[in-house]
Design a protein around this ligand. Structure first.
Ligand SMILES: [Zn+2]
Ligand SMILES: [Zn+2]
Length: 87
């Protein structure tokens, strides 16, 4: 059983992993966290099940981050290259 802590803040990673562990009947996109870069940069709501391994925020795969299990979001990729966050 996963242990849920009510005191700590829930990250997008927590939410996504919970969704992946307990698949819902059909795709309940309403429960998916939105891409944080889309929200911050474009004021756009784009639900995703991909999260960054570094900052644990949700991002849309391919457009705002890399592919694969160990992928980073664009903000962390920018940070690792230039030492400054995106935006
Ligand atoms: Zn995005
Ligand atoms: Zn990140």
């Amino acid at each position: 059983m996963p242990q849920l802590s009510s005191s700590s803040q829930t990250t997008d990673k927590d939410r996504i992993e919970q969704l992946l562990r307990n698949p819902q009947p059909g795709e309940i996109v309403d429960q998916w966290p939105p891409c944080r870069i889309c929200a911050a940069q474009f004021n756009r709501n784009r639900p995703t099940l991909r999260y960054c391994r570094s900052c644990e925020k949700a991002y849309c795969e391919g457009e705002h981050g890399g592919y694969g299990a160990a992928a980073l979001c664009l903000a962390c990729i920018f940070k690792s290259i230039w030492g400054t966050p995106l935006g």
